[in-house]
Design a protein around this ligand. Structure first.
Ligand code: FES
Length: 103
């Protein structure tokens, strides 16, 4: 028998990020797309995401609060950071996050 696996990288705490104006607690030490999956497990799991930088469906625009300028990235490769603010998200992200009632 094998040990159960988890989708998430090991984490010890949840950190606060803001997604389209709403604050959420997500697991540190994980990619932003994995954090979307943490918040909306089923829709993101069934989303059309490749998880390896091919599809571009996970593109987001974000900043790190007062610490930096706005940047665009693929959330499947972007490691989440405390106080991260996602200001724009691709249509597939928005669709798969519909249960979060984002603005
Ligand atoms: S999930 Fe396909 S590029 Fe990120």
């Amino acid at each position: 028998m094998t040990a159960p696996t988890t989708l998430f990288r090991p984490f010890f705490r949840l950190i606060k990020i803001t997604i389209l104006g709403t604050q959420f607690d997500v697991p540190e030490n994980n990619t932003l797309l994995r954090c979307f999956q943490y918040l909306a497990p089923e829709p993101v799991s069934y989303g059309r995401f490749c998880w390896n930088e091919d599809c571009q469906y996970c593109r987001v625009t974000f900043d790190l609060g007062e610490r930096g300028a706005s940047r665009t990235a693929l959330s499947c490769k972007l490691m989440v950071e405390a106080d991260m603010r996602v200001t724009e998200a691709a249509a597939e992200i928005r669709y798969c996050s519909r249960t979060l009632n984002l603005k």
